[in-house]
Design a binder for this molecule. Structure first.
Ligand SMILES: *[C@@H]1O[C@H](CO)[C@@H](O)[C@H](O)[C@H]1NC(C)=O
Ligand SMILES: *[C@@H]1O[C@H](CO)[C@@H](O)[C@H](O)[C@H]1NC(C)=O
Ligand SMILES: *[C@@H]1O[C@H](CO)[C@@H](O)[C@H](O)[C@H]1NC(C)=O
Length: 182
């Protein structure tokens, strides 16, 4: 005896609903922000490292991933990160703009929590306060399309992140003084 149609429809509907409700994957990171020596111009200068790295660690994610980054500020100054190009849907206040997002105090930590909702592409993060971005503290973000979404081309043979910027022998403290900015 076959099950009644209404039962089949119910089972189908509930499995569709369950699929719609399934939570998108999470990626967790812990970042430690410190000063350290870097040599971008061949001479030693003070840079901003994340987990000992300059540039900072790359975020490799897939569309709709939830990204949770616990950032420990071990600089002797307030620190704040901005997420260039990330749409920050329902989390606009986490975009690292001074005024809507409190700086992370020296010795403190803050957890950024955002979803890379409905977007693909190459983006980057950078420190948004006090010309810190002139000293490093930035890195690449790569958001790949979901495997179940077909794209009309083959996977690339290679994928490289290039971060281009101006470098000066003056450190970021010097910039602040010369420009009169905070
Ligand atoms: C961050 O790095 C500094 C310097 O290496 C270290 O003293 C500190 O314990 C680290 N903090 C965390 C939370 O990993
Ligand atoms: C700071 O880090 C601790 C330890 O990982 C964590 O439990 C806490 O939620 C973090 N605080 C903030 C404000 O993110
Ligand atoms: C940063 O630059 C200022 C002057 O512009 C200098 O006094 C200071 O020692 C420099 N700091 C480091 C760590 O190089």
């Amino acid at each position: 005896m076959s099950p009644p149609i209404s039962l089949c429809v119910f089972v189908l509907l509930s499995s569709l609903l369950a699929a719609a409700r399934a939570e998108d994957p999470y990626r967790f990171y812990t970042w430690n922000v410190t000063f350290g020596d870097i040599y971008p111009l061949g001479v030693k200068q003070q840079g901003i490292l994340i987990n000992g790295q300059f540039p900072g660690p790359q975020i490799d994610a897939v569309t709709n991933d939830n990204i949770v980054i616990n950032v420990f500020n071990n600089l002797p100054a307030p620190f704040l990160l901005s997420w260039q190009g990330i749409q920050q849907r329902r989390s606009s206040w986490q975009d690292g703009v001074y005024g809507t997002n409190c700086p992370i105090p020296p010795g403190g930590n803050f957890t950024y929590n955002m979803q890379f909702k409905d977007q693909i592409g190459s983006y980057y993060y950078f420190p948004s306060l006090a010309f810190h971005k002139a000293a490093g503290g930035y890195g690449g973000i790569r958001v790949l399309s979901r495997p179940r979404i077909p794209v009309p081309f083959d996977p690339p043979a290679g994928d490289f992140t290039i971060l281009a910027g101006d470098w000066f022998k003056l450190n970021h403290t010097g910039f602040e003084r010369h420009s009169g900015q905070w």
